[in-house]
Design a protein around this ligand. Structure first.
Ligand code: COA
Length: 177
């Protein structure tokens, strides 16, 4: 029986990912706060993954560079799996692969806007309300974070914005096991 595998996104995947994201989130996605942070910014190099089965795209995840207050972090999303392929573990596998690679690339923390019960499966937990401010309205209960470096979430706070070239890379800290 065929099964899916996770691999790094390749340029030829991009049009299929666009279609998947459009189908999964609809036209309302452009109005989302997270979308504004991605506008004009490329997804993080080395942190774009797809799930492929028999040469067909089943799911995708990308991470984006952002700045929170004075520090860089990653924004997870969009994460999407083709509707008829959901419930096979593809979403969690994509997310976990991204988290693992983000950790080995030396990133400090990941945040996202999403459903806490789902993302808790990969270690994400709600960020205390008011700590991180997105550009535009976001339900604070849906702002979730994951520290990749000891204490990284504790020190993270402030306005979220797109990165500039001179932003500092990462707070000092030992990578978490
Ligand atoms: C969310 C999404 C990526 C999950 O992908 P998936 O491949 O079906 O996820 P998995 O198979 O890894 O996990 C499925 C499990 O997560 C649960 N789950 C899925 N979405 C959930 C949610 N929003 N909240 C809580 N649990 C959720 C399922 O009930 C299932 O539980 P089970 O293992 O106990 O049966 C997929 O449903 C999707 O593309 N949705 C549309 C886009 C979207 O909402 N993206 C996430 C933004 S928050």
């Amino acid at each position: 029986m065929a099964t899916w595998e996770i691999r790094a996104e390749e340029p030829r995947d991009a049009p299929f990912i666009e279609l998947l994201v459009a189908r999964s989130f609809g036209p309302g996605r452009y109005a989302k706060s997270a979308y504004r942070l991605r506008e004009g910014v490329s997804p993080e190099e080395g942190l774009r993954f797809v799930a492929i089965e028999d040469g067909v795209l089943r799911g995708s995840v990308r991470f984006w560079p952002i700045v929170i207050g004075p520090e860089r972090a990653l924004l997870l999303g969009p994460l999407a799996v083709e509707i008829e392929q959901r419930g096979r573990g593809i979403g969690i596998a994509l997310m976990k692969r991204g988290v693992e690679d983000a950790r080995s690339l030396g990133h400090c923390a990941i945040i996202l806007v999403g459903d806490a019960p789902y993302y808790a499966r990969a270690g994400f937990a709600p960020v205390p309300p008011g700590k991180i401010k997105f550009p535009g309205p976001v339900d604070s209960a849906r702002i979730l974070g994951l520290a990749l470096v000891e204490g990284a979430l504790d020190s993270l706070g402030g306005d979220v914005r797109r990165p500039r070239i001179d932003d500092p890379v990462c707070a000092d800290g030992a990578p978490l096991a």
